[in-house]
Write a protein that binds this ligand. Structure first.
Ligand code: 13P
Ligand code: SF4
Length: 307
């Protein structure tokens, strides 16, 4: 049952003809009031299809809300907490990409959606953790500048025939860096029948020990379709909150109890209510940058929808 505050938020949102989009890592209370919950690709596609709403309340981190704003230049996109940033998205600047392009003039530039709009404007195409392999395979050139996540770069390099050049050399997600092979060995002993699912942002030795390497949306689909009952999940803890709410016949166990993305948790119900009333904080993107990054995002959505 929803709390009175959750009901109040839903009413306020409806009065303003709004929609609440939430990433899989949002706390359970926010998941419960989201009109749509998903991974980065699912959220991009959903954002590209919104044409009947005036206000988008984006519960996630900065690069996700920016992507929604680029895809919806005529709508108000608001984020409940201005400081909800993805540290990895800040590890690759537009300048660094321009320099890399000078060093590798024949390379395509494929950037992880976890980048800021200025960086996306320098990309030929965007990828997410659920489509990186097929998108990169689709590129014309053999050399591909790829960033900022170094582990995702290695994951793509392993499964494509392209020469992947990581930019920067050591971009990473501090949450997925927490997982190590000892955690897997420990949990495997405790739950010998459980399947191990990890995210491609995890280190390679962790990926190598897993039964499957998937985006957060891929993990949800995997649980839905698998005959297995127990799963050890190597990603942020609130994906497990969603799994245990939606799949009552399955058991999802976190690989680590403290695999928490702190900035994802800056959003809360009080801030969402305030953000809808005050229509703050609005995400605004420079027009020229938005135009250039839109091309790279749309190119990715096109490939993903046609698969
Ligand atoms: P997904 O696209 O798999 O949800 O990943 C987003 C993210 O930030 C992972 O840490
Ligand atoms: Fe960024 Fe990692 Fe948080 Fe995902 S989990 S938003 S990559 S810091």
């Amino acid at each position: 049952m929803l709390s009175s505050l959750q009901e109040e938020i839903i009413n306020l949102k409806n009065e303003k003809n709004g929609i609440i989009l939430g990433h899989n890592y949002q706390p359970g209370k926010i998941q419960e009031i989201s009109d749509f919950i998903g991974d980065s690709l699912e959220l991009c596609i959903k954002a590209s299809e919104i044409d009947d709403r005036d206000l988008i309340i984006f519960c996630g981190v900065d690069f996700m809300a920016e992507t929604a704003a680029i895809l919806n230049p005529d709508k108000k996109i608001i984020i409940p907490d201005y400081n909800a940033e993805c540290p990895m998205a800040h590890m690759l600047s537009a300048n660094e990409i321009k320099k890399a392009k000078e060093r590798y003039p024949d390379a395509d530039v494929a950037l992880y959606v976890n980048t800021l709009a200025e960086a996306k404007a320098e990309a030929d195409i965007i990828v997410t953790s659920s489509n990186a392999i097929e998108v990169v395979e689709n590129l014309d050139n053999n050399q591909v500048l790829f960033g900022p996540d170094n582990n995702l770069a290695k994951y793509v390099a392993k499964q494509t025939h392209k020469e992947i050049i990581p930019i920067p050399e050591i971009g990473y997600c501090y949450v997925h860096k927490m997982f190590n092979i000892g955690d897997i060995t420990f949990k495997k002993e405790k739950y010998p029948n459980a399947e191990i699912l990890v995210h491609p942002e995890a280190d390679m030795e962790v990926q190598d020990m897993a039964d499957a390497v998937l985006s957060t949306g891929g993990m949800i689909s995997h649980l839905k379709n698998s005959k297995n009952k127990e799963f050890i999940i190597g990603t942020e803890v609130d994906l497990i909150t969603r799994m245990n709410r939606e799949f009552s016949d399955k058991i999802a166990i976190p690989l680590l109890d403290d695999g928490i993305c702190k900035t994802m948790k800056l959003n809360n119900l009080d801030k969402i209510k305030k953000s809808i009333i005050d229509e703050e904080f609005q995400v605004k993107i420079n027009k020229e940058i938005a135009k250039k990054s839109l091309k790279a995002i749309e190119r990715m959505i096109e490939i993903s929808k046609n698969k």
